[in-house]
Design a protein around this ligand. Structure first.
Ligand code: A3P
Length: 303
């Protein structure tokens, strides 16, 4: 999208009424439901790379890493446009901007695309074309806190209410894109059938270079030590938080009101400890035990 056109769209973005609808039992933003056939019929191409995540798992971080791997660490080129233009978000239909599907259709290959869909709602063409997918997973407690603040600042998602209210809403899976539990488990199982690299947010925090190498290998890209160093630096929390192409400050306050909370908020493992009451932690751990039993999946809630 050319920068002038982008500015025109951004100027026209207003506060809109927020509604969630449902598809196959999954709560989704109503405007996503409105384009459902178009979304399901999206035509993936063989060399597409899909970044799939539950919201707040580190999607934007992965987008920057992947983009810089493809560019062999060319930071200047990576600043060509905001992340949401470089990597179309297929699920969105954010008038007056083109829908994610339209933006992707207009893009030359090779494309990097983003979705928050549970695997059962991903357009089937991704599997028909045997596309590669990078799935980023993050522990539910930190996601819950991050999503709570995100629903406050993102005026196109429902107001989360109080923290105590949100705790119940989130555990019930009554948030856009549905239950965290089903999301992480179903994508985990799908690794057996599809070309999916399943990456944990906590692992990237623990050893970013190790994980960047793993991602590059999956993408069949060689990265020298020098390039790795550049990617590591440019995708650190400290650098990304001041990068207007990554921190969403290009969006008007009618869409993301960052005076409420910053998009690049904390970027840590374990911030949930500053929010969960002791009683909430007990309730959460019990639910977690029941839902995750036998899944073979383990998450780290602290490092
Ligand atoms: P917090 O709200 O916990 O700070 P998404 O892109 O999926 O919406 O995820 C956003 C979360 O990822 C936010 O978490 C954000 O701060 C964090 N994040 C983004 N870039 C990061 C980076 N370079 N390092 C660590 N965390 C990052």
């Amino acid at each position: 999208m050319d920068p002038q056109q982008l500015h025109k769209y951004l100027d026209q973005m207003k506060v809109v009424e927020v509604k969630l609808g449902h598809v196959d039992g999954i709560p989704l933003i109503q405007t996503t439901c409105d384009m459902w056939d178009k979304f399901q019929n999206f035509q993936a191409r063989e060399d597409d790379l899909l970044i799939a995540t539950y919201p707040k798992a580190g999607t934007t971080w992965m987008q920057e890493i992947v983009d810089l791997i493809m560019l062999q660490g060319d930071v200047e080129k990576s600043m060509r446009a905001p992340g949401y233009v470089k990597v179309p978000f297929l699920d969105l239909n954010p008038k007056p901007m083109p829908s994610g599907v339209d933006a992707a259709n207009a893009m030359p290959s090779p494309r990097v695309l983003k979705t928050h869909m549970p695997i059962k709602l991903v357009p089937p063409s991704f599997w028909e074309k045997n596309c590669k997918v990078i799935y980023v997973a993050r522990n539910a407690k930190d996601i819950m806190v991050s999503y709570f603040y995100f629903q406050k600042l993102n005026l196109r998602l429902p107001d989360p209410g109080t923290w105590n209210e949100y705790f119940s809403t989130f555990l019930a899976g009554d948030v856009a894109w549905g239950s965290w539990f089903d999301h992480v488990i179903d994508w985990w199982k799908a690794k057996e059938e599809h070309r999916i690299l399943y990456v944990f947010y906590e692992d990237i925090i623990e050893d970013p270079k190790r994980e960047i190498r793993k991602i590059a290998k999956f993408m069949e890209q060689e990265v020298s030590d020098e390039v790795l160093e550049t990617i590591h630096h440019h995708t650190s929390f400290e650098v990304m938080k001041d990068n207007p192409m990554a921190n969403f400050t290009t969006l008007p306050p009618e869409v993301f009101d960052q005076s409420i909370s910053k998009f690049m908020r904390k970027g840590k493992v374990g911030d949930w400890k500053n929010h969960f009451l002791v009683s909430q932690n007990i309730v959460f751990d019990e639910e977690y035990r029941k839902r995750m039993e036998g899944s073979g999946l383990t998450f780290r809630e602290e490092l």
